[in-house]
Design a protein around this ligand. Structure first.
Ligand SMILES: Nc1nc2c(ncn2[C@@H]2O[C@H](COP(=O)(O)O[C@H]3[C@@H](O)[C@H](n4cnc5c(=O)[nH]c(N)nc54)O[C@@H]3COP(=O)(O)O)[C@@H](O)[C@H]2O)c(=O)[nH]1
Length: 711
């Protein structure tokens, strides 16, 4: 209950005269008053001597019911909880001869509780003794309820303001705060809302990390009257930088003059970090942390644009590791991953910060070298890359050597769009592989004439078998004991209608990738067996023909397939030799031993190809059912120049003989190499010196000549 005691002295009010008998005019007025006029005694019942007609509407009782307490007294109508206070308040005013004014509750005839406002005055006689009280009572329930609702709403809003998780503020255009809630103080690292308001007086410079954000905030407020999701970096009190998002509006007076800004602040650092992480993941390679293919494409796109505008030179460098597949297969993916990470770091160390090193996938990296002054500078970088990648690489207590092949295309010379530049760099890289690996090649127009697009190659390869485009060449193997042909290696050739002959190095890896190597390998085996049988049927001296096997062919079905092919061609198994590269033998050694044993049971021969380039374990080698080791041509090539190569060749020959294996040296190109191998007890040689791979018809003539010479 709200009690308002009037401060107006009752001397003036005393002018109100007795209204025991009001005039007619007054009666009309009183009857139409919105409330009740009364005159009562100062007794325990507030006995009414006069009461206007408004009594009925106000209390639900007829005026007669209350007059002289005929039916009920006003004291009884007054709400029991308010009676005492009403009496005390009126008493105090009467004692001080002041007008009284108060609000309290009454209980109407129908039991309804209503709020009333009462204003009255004491009526004194000439002797100054109180005669009666006169006053006016009005129903103010509606206003009271509205006030209550307003208070409740205010309380609720204050609670929201005080307890909100978001920061709430009102700030002035000159950069101070009028009001902030505790959450904003917490977000900005202040002890309390007051601490923030007092300490932070220059929002532009004290709060924003980039003060231009405040300028932008003000500009948007002036232009649009509000900002939403306005993200900025701000300083907390201790100097820590966080991200916030603001939603705010400008508050203006009726004349349109800006009064202040008000809005909310949300701390979004975590979201920003998460978004940055997601962006990073979408654009970076998880293993090496380098930009991925997507980012490379976007970056290259921009680099091309800038190259065009500035008239500069940009190089797209395709780097492919030479022995990666082998390392992955023989040493496992974990080691392969470590190698990729090391290579990634080394590549980054070779270029400027403004250049990009991206991982395209697998063991392929692409570098974008922008704003190059000339080709010499690009070449310097390429040389740095070759030596960086070739630096020994240590895993545990073992040291490895890896090289890479590099292809380069230049913008604008070799292409002006992303696809062309990447395709041409890729073609140049394949040329580098063909030219012996561990080198770089700049793209040249003629490379386009070859089947350089891998996708095209795969499509063409798929058709090649049906169109009978493959051919087998045969290269002689010569006995060092007597210089005679003691075998042949079947080597596939692809004669395409438009590109001519495509060497196996260019398509075997794709065939392996696409799984086409299995049908191609089957064709090779059938053709080689059939050809060998034809030579035998022609009366030529029988020799074993060696066929190369790809890793994908070496599964448990292979022995059965070989058995079938031998049966179909009627070739005795002794005249078939299978060449398997060292890394394939070592990969999943247990499984390989089982397959090799099954093959050996057929009666054929098995040799380990490219021996020396891999990491054969001696203990495994002892257990493998193989007949021969083929020393890789890279060692044979350097026999005369490089003492290490010469030592390796000698060691392999000794090792082979200790293990009771034949040793064949491949890639013999000159007499010096031949003599070295002869002197060091090698069993067989193969190479251009003794005969290049040749079509079956030419090989037939070689065999016929041999037969004649043998007499
Ligand atoms: N899975 C299969 N792989 C095959 C098959 N046919 C060939 N290949 C493999 O492709 C690689 C390249 O073969 P190719 O271009 O035929 O090269 C062979 C010889 O021509 C070459 N060679 C022989 N002598 C010399 C020489 O004196 N100098 C020199 N620079 N190169 C020479 O060596 C290749 C034979 O190598 P290898 O197999 O290691 O004995 C090659 O890896 C083939 O294996 C196939 O049908 N299936």
């Amino acid at each position: 209950m709200k009690i308002v005691a009037s401060l107006i002295p009752s001397d003036n009010a005393a002018a109100i005269t007795s209204i025991a008998r009001p005039s007619r005019l007054l009666e009309t007025l009183l009857a139409n008053l919105d409330g009740m006029v009364y005159r009562c005694r100062d007794d325990d019942e507030w006995t009414m001597e006069f009461i206007s007609e408004g009594c009925l509407e106000l209390t639900g009782y007829q005026p007669e019911d209350l007059l002289f307490n005929h039916r009920i007294s006003y004291e009884d109508i007054t709400h029991p909880e308010d009676r005492e206070t009403v009496r005390q308040t009126i008493r105090a005013c009467l004692d001080g001869k002041r007008r009284f004014e108060l609000e309290y509750r009454i209980v109407r005839a129908d039991g309804d509780v209503r709020w009333v406002w009462e204003r009255g005055v004491g009526i004194y006689n000439a002797a100054g003794t109180l005669d009666a009280l006169e006053g006016y009572v009005q129903d103010v329930t509606a206003r009271k309820e509205a006030d209550q609702a307003l208070l409740e709403a205010e309380r609720r809003y204050r609670s929201i303001f005080e307890n909100a998780i978001e920061g709430v503020f009102q700030s002035t255009p000159d950069g101070g705060y009028i009001a902030v809630n505790p959450a904003l103080a917490r977000i900005y690292g202040y002890k309390s809302a007051d601490d923030l308001i007092v300490s932070l007086r220059d929002i532009k410079h004290q709060l924003y990390v980039e003060p231009e954000r405040r300028t932008e905030f003000m500009r948007m407020m002036a232009e649009f009257g509000s900002v939403s999701n306005f993200e900025s970096r701000v300083y907390r009190r201790d100097g820590e930088i966080i991200w916030i998002s603001e939603n705010a509006r400008a508050v203006r007076d009726e004349a349109g003059t800006l009064m202040f800004y008000e809005g909310t602040v949300e701390a979004i650092t975590e979201r920003k970090l998460y978004e940055a992480e997601i962006r990073h993941q979408a654009t970076h390679d998880a293993l090496t942390g380098l930009p991925n293919r997507t980012m490379l494409h976007n970056h290259l796109q921009r680099a091309i644009q800038s190259t065009r505008q500035k008239g500069t030179l940009t190089a797209v460098v395709f780097v492919d590791l030479d022995q990666f597949k082998f390392i992955n297969d023989s040493l496992g993916h974990q080691v392969g991953d470590e190698l990729l990470k090391t290579v990634a770091q080394r590549l980054v160390s070779c270029v400027r910060e403004t250049d990009m090193v991206a991982r395209q996938g697998g063991d392929e990296f692409v570098l974008v070298l922008q704003n190059q002054p000339d080709e010499n500078r690009i070449t310097e970088v390429l040389q740095r890359i070759l030596s960086a990648v070739a630096r020994p690489w240590v895993v545990g207590d073992r040291e490895f050597h890896v090289t890479c092949s590099i292809g380069v295309s230049r913008c604008p010379t070799d292409g002006r769009d992303v696809e062309t530049l990447l395709k041409n760099a890729d073609s140049a890289m394949y040329k580098a592989k063909e030219l012996g690996r561990n080198n770089f090649q700049y793209f040249a127009g003629w490379m386009d004439a070859q089947v350089s697009n891998r996708l095209e190659m795969l499509v063409s390869l798929r058709r090649a078998l049906d169109r009978d485009e493959f051919k087998l060449y045969y290269q002689p193997k010569i006995s060092l004991a007597n210089g005679r042909i003691i075998g042949a290696e079947a080597l596939i050739r692809w004669i395409t209608p438009d590109q001519g002959m495509v060497p196996p190095d260019r398509f075997i890896p794709f065939a392996e990738e696409a799984g086409l190597i299995v049908p191609i390998g089957e064709w090779v085996l059938r053709t080689a067996c059939a050809q060998n049988k034809a030579w035998q049927d022609a009366g030529l001296a029988p020799i074993p023909v060696a066929v190369n096997l790809s890793p994908r062919q070496l599964d448990q079905n292979l022995p059965e397939f070989v058995r079938q092919v031998l049966a179909e061609s009627c070739l005795a198994a002794a005249w078939l030799e299978l060449e398997i590269t060292e890394n394939v033998v070592m990969k999943d050694a247990e499984k390989t031993v089982a397959t090799l044993n099954a093959l050996k049971r057929l009666g054929l021969q098995v040799s380990v190809d490219d021996f020396g380039t891999g990491y054969s374990s001696l203990s495994y080698l002892r257990r493998f059912p193989v007949d021969a080791l083929k020393i890789d041509k890279s060692f044979v090539r350097d026999i005369a120049r490089d003492t290490d190569s010469a030592a390796i060749v000698k060691a392999v020959i000794s090792l082979g003989h200790i293990l009771n294996l034949r040793v064949i040296a491949e890639g013999v190109e000159d007499q010096e190499q031949y003599n070295f191998l002869l002197e060091n007890g090698c069993d067989e040689v193969q190479g251009y010196l003794l005969g290049k791979p040749m079509p079956a018809e030419d090989f037939t003539r070689r065999l016929e000549l041999e037969k004649k010479a043998a007499g």
